[in-house]
Design a protein around this ligand. Structure first.
Ligand SMILES: Cc1ncc(COP(=O)(O)O)c(C=O)c1O
Length: 386
């Protein structure tokens, strides 16, 4: 990798050379058949990854545009949305719902804890909701949603499942062909910059047939750029024009998706699960504990609490001087924790190196850190015996 720093924030994630090389190809006109063929191929690869029977949209924008696109095309003003929030990004749906006059109710779990499926059951048994949002991995807390528990409950009550995969897609299972009791995940939305490992700038949303039917029932969507009906012709034939696509980013995305499919989804899920466990176990050796319990922890990123007395800014500065970049924590956890990504096109060597650098930074700040023991723990878990 030609990157000079190790970008271990929870996205964007390190970009591999073949993606940079793809992006450095000559910029062509967005209706040029040579570009259209690459756009088409990227859309098809996305469809293969998510296994939807419906439509895939790959457009300019960040994950928030993908959230907006999912919501405005399925839930009309005045209809009800249930938000299962496990942190800051779950809460973002509250703001979106408000902006579009959607009636939202929230099941809020304490930061670091998973949502209680019994509360979801109780809520859905009591009233009818058009859709329910789940944040697969909340980037603020490092908590993963328990899809096997939540999705069957939601489908039993006939609501649409909108899954925010911004911090999970391509690393944690999101299989739209999988049956969860009475139904399937209806929408997966994501961005290019996290576990897919491509620079930021693409919003990606997959709708199954049930979600498309929900769009059909909405007479007037309160959006123009985000109305999927404006994008459908382009997704079917990228030589058509609606709004100029980010040509070079799509070159990079097509290569990123090639790498994802080449590795294979199962391998990717296993690799990320191992990385998550290994990073958290190694950091625990330094007295740095994850906010989430291990059985609720996301495979893609961890929110790590500082040992008593460790200064956030000093720690992250010392680490950045060693070329490893991690992120601060959000909201009430700011200063008390940091967030480390372990997703995308990274490998064991990079993560092990980060564990060593983190240990060195801890020592520089005057705390004890057993680097050898941390590396041993990391290796035991990051390299599962095949
Ligand atoms: C789970 C989740 N959802 C949504 C978003 C918003 O994505 P973006 O910042 O690309 O708009 C993020 C960003 O980190 C996220 O982690």
């Amino acid at each position: 990798m030609r990157n000079e720093e190790m970008l271990l924030i929870p996205g964007p994630t390190p970009v591999v050379d073949s993606i940079y090389d793809a992006m450095a190809q000559e910029t062509r006109g967005h209706t040029d058949p040579r570009f259209a063929a690459i756009y088409k191929s990227a859309i098809e690869k996305t469809r293969e990854m998510l296994k939807t029977d419906g439509e895939v949209f790959v457009i300019s924008g960040s994950g928030t545009i993908a959230m907006e696109m999912a919501l405005v095309n399925t839930v009309a003003a005045g209809e009800k949305l249930l938000i299962i929030s496990q942190g800051f990004f779950g809460d973002r749906f509250i703001h979106l719902a408000k902006a579009f006059g959607i009636e939202a109710e929230v099941i809020q779990s304490e930061w670091g804890k998973q949502a209680d499926p019994a509360l979801v059951e109780e809520k859905l048994a009591g009233e009818t909701f058009k859709a329910v949002t789940i944040t697969h991995a909340d980037t603020s807390t490092g908590v993963a949603a328990d899809l096997d528990a939540l999705v069957p409950i939601i489908k039993k009550h006939g609501a649409l499942v909108i899954l925010d995969g911004v911090c999970a897609t391509a690393a944690m299972e999101e299989d739209m062909s999988k049956s969860y009791g009475d139904g399937k995940i209806d929408i997966v939305l994501t961005g290019s910059q996290k576990a897919i490992g491509v620079p930021p700038g693409l919003a990606i949303v997959a709708f199954n047939q049930t979600a498309l039917a929900a769009r059909n029932q909405i007479e007037r969507v309160p959006a123009y750029y985000c109305d999927i009906y404006n994008w459908l012709p382009i997704m079917h034939d990228p030589q058509k024009y609606f709004a100029t696509p980010p040509v070079n980013l799509i070159y990079g995305f097509d290569e990123g998706m090639r790498l994802v499919l080449e590795e294979g989804m199962e391998n990717r899920y296993q690799r990320h699960a191992a990385y998550g466990k290994a990073v958290r176990a190694a950091l625990a050796v330094y007295g740095m504990k994850a906010l989430a319990e291990e059985n609720a922890a996301a495979d893609t990123l961890s929110c790590i609490l500082y040992p008593e007395g460790m200064n956030d800014a000093e720690f992250r500065k010392a680490l950045a001087e060693k070329g490893v970049i991690v992120a601060g924590a959000l909201a009430h956890l700011a200063g008390k924790a940091f967030r480390v990504g372990h997703m995308g096109n990274i490998n064991e060597e990079m993560l092990e190196n980060a564990i060593v650098k983190i240990g060195e930074a801890v020592q520089e700040l005057g705390f004890e850190a057993d680097l050898e023991q941390a590396v041993r723990r990391f290796r035991e878990l990051a390299l599962p015996v095949a």
